[in-house]
Design a protein around this ligand. Structure first.
Ligand SMILES: NC(=O)c1ccc[n+]([C@@H]2O[C@H](COP(=O)([O-])OP(=O)(O)OC[C@H]3O[C@@H](n4cnc5c(N)ncnc54)[C@H](OP(=O)(O)O)[C@@H]3O)[C@@H](O)[C@H]2O)c1
Length: 235
């Protein structure tokens, strides 16, 4: 599918992977990109084909209004984290923290359920899971559970919504504002956590957006997951 002249909605399109995707789509001459998040105005630069939209993916009423305003569109991308994520062993975890990690899944399912009817039948959806879904390292059980649910949801929905295509991109460790550490501490964190990967470094948001763009452009893939993980799964 060509990106040029397409109308595109990117939830979580104002930071990290979502922002890199929004900027790439903008350069590829998309007609109009809605970059949506709870606090989109942290982006100060303006672009003729990007509209910042303030919306929480957990707010179903606002999503209904938003999709009414968007009208017919071509591509739906959701990279929004949804909220906090719980880290640590399941048996020591606050159960509310574990449950809240699923806000990412509810954000994804809300936007598809409420946004599908206006999506072009030749259009497509791209979601973002994460490598722990299929190889969980210590402390990542909440991420693994949510990521696994996202991938199963996407794979299963492909049949129901065809000919609309849906795919998931699964990032490994990616250097984005999701991690709040700065300076030497940040550098050390990424170095340690990726040291056993075949490609021992954090990926960039742009490297993940390239896979999102591929999932849009290639019209022979649906119901699948594309890994962009520096070899996390096989190392
Ligand atoms: N970075 C990694 O290492 C990594 C690894 C595996 C998977 N992932 C996945 O990749 C995706 C993107 O992550 P990222 O690293 O790019 O994170 P990020 O830089 O923190 O960006 C997350 C985006 O989601 C938006 N968001 C969060 N909750 C929202 C909500 N309830 N409603 C609307 N927007 C919301 C945030 O904006 P506001 O704060 O303005 O709402 C922000 O634009 C996520 O699904 C994440 O789980 C990331």
């Amino acid at each position: 599918m060509e990106i040029k002249n397409k109308k595109i909605v990117v939830f979580g399109g104002t930071s990290g992977i979502g922002l890199a995707t929004t900027l790439m789509l903008s350069k590829m001459n998309a007609k109009h990109i809605f970059a949506a998040s709870r606090n989109p105005f942290k982006i100060s630069q303006t672009y003729s084909n990007i509209e910042l939209v303030q919306i929480d993916v957990l707010d179903e009423n606002k999503l209904v209004e938003f999709f009414e305003q968007v009208g017919n569109y071509d591509i739906l991308i959701n990279a929004a984290t949804g909220g906090e994520r719980a880290i640590g062993p399941f048996m020591e975890m606050n159960l509310n923290g574990y449950r809240n990690s699923f806000k990412k899944l509810w954000g994804y399912t809300n936007t598809i359920r409420l946004g599908l009817s206006k999506l072009n039948k030749n259009g497509c959806i791209v979601l973002v899971s994460g490598s722990p879904a299929r190889k969980c390292k210590p402390g990542q059980i909440a991420l693994a559970s949510v990521g696994g649910a996202v991938e199963a949801f996407s794979r299963s929905l492909a049949e129901e919504i065809k000919p609309i295509r849906i795919n998931t991109v699964s990032p490994g460790i990616i250097d984005t504002p999701m991690l709040s550490l700065v300076g030497k501490e940040r550098e050390e964190f990424y170095k340690n956590i990726t040291k056993n990967n075949h490609i021992p470094r954090a990926g960039t948001a742009e490297e993940v957006s390239q896979a999102i763009i591929f999932a849009i452009q290639n019209e022979f893939i649906t119901g699948t997951t594309i890994d962009v993980d520096g070899g996390w799964l096989t190392s």
